[in-house]
Design a protein around this ligand. Structure first.
Ligand SMILES: CC(C)(COP(=O)(O)OP(=O)(O)OC[C@H]1O[C@@H](n2cnc3c(N)ncnc32)[C@H](O)[C@@H]1OP(=O)(O)O)[C@@H](O)C(=O)NCCC(=O)NCCS
Length: 246
């Protein structure tokens, strides 16, 4: 994969959407011109670029270049040592995934993320079914690759998996719950809240004192759960898609 100054070609997006895609996960005033040069030099068709919402100069530079705002990601965190972790009412049905769970996790992801409002879905030029597939494939890669997730927890009624969450340690001190979903018929019963409690316990057992979570600002359901569990806002990102049509 070609990479320079915070931008890289994204093989996985190219394979999914059939066009050359680059990603720049944290654009700054210094890197933006380099990123644009990289895209032109590599015949990139679509650039997925993120910047801090506090960086108005870069935000406006991306707008001037024809970037379209696709989503806003909010990042919250929680101190696991200072604030006691609550009891987990669903601990009996939550367990680590086992080999053979993958197909059911795929099914949960497919149903939970059907029509989800992430940056892919917000782009009218991208095929909706392929956008759904992006989240399903992220969940599946989490099951098989330690580079994507260290552990995956599932909630199961007997043999039937009704939800999942993926956990990752980012540094020895900090980790995150990355992607999670609950079957529509099992939603609204506190399962996601329980997954977060499981995630907090997982991190604390690894001596990590901070848990990070992030989502689209429009995902009110998860933010309600986070706030009730003592998570606090930290920072936010804009996601732009810049299409190169000439
Ligand atoms: C988000 C999700 C994981 C929540 O799972 P859940 O088990 O239903 O969550 P909980 O029951 O712990 O709590 C959800 C809370 O949000 C509320 N809620 C659910 N959908 C909502 C919506 N569209 N708008 C506002 N609140 C909503 C629930 O009613 C509940 O609040 P309440 O206690 O006041 O009723 C689940 O809805 C889901 O799979 N969504 C699609 C995928 C997703 O968004 N994943 C998370 C981002 S990676």
């Amino acid at each position: 994969m070609k990479q320079t100054d915070g931008v890289a070609l994204s093989a996985i997006d190219e394979e999914r959407f059939g066009i050359r895609v680059a990603r720049a996960n944290l654009v700054t005033a210094e890197t933006w011109p380099v990123i644009m040069d990289f895209c032109r030099a590599n015949q990139v068709k679509m650039l997925i670029a993120r910047c801090y919402t506090s960086d108005i100069a870069v935000t406006q530079a991306m707008e001037r270049a024809g970037g379209l705002l696709m989503d806003t990601l909010v990042v919250f965190s929680r101190d696991l040592v200072r604030h006691k972790i609550p009891d987990n009412p669903n601990q009996d049905i939550i367990r680590l995934m086992r080999p053979g769970d993958e197909e059911q996790i795929r099914e949960v992801a497919a149903r939970a993320f059907d029509g989800y409002s992430g940056h892919y879905h917000a782009d009218s030029r991208l095929d909706k079914a392929k956008c759904d597939e992006a989240y399903i494939s992220w969940a599946m890669r989490s099951c098989v690759s330690k580079e994507i997730a260290d552990d995956v927890y599932v909630a199961a009624h007997g043999d039937k998996i009704i939800g999942f969450i993926t956990m990752q340690l980012n540094t020895p001190e900090e980790g995150q719950a990355t992607i999670g979903g609950v079957l529509p018929e099992a939603q609204g019963k506190g399962l996601y809240r329980s997954f977060l409690i499981t995630g907090m316990e997982w991190l604390l057992a690894k001596q990590a004192a901070t848990m990070v979570v992030s989502t689209q600002i429009t995902n009110i359901a998860v933010q309600k759960v986070w706030v009730r569990l003592g998570f606090e806002p930290r920072y936010a990102f804009y996601t732009f898609h810049k299409w190169f049509d000439d």
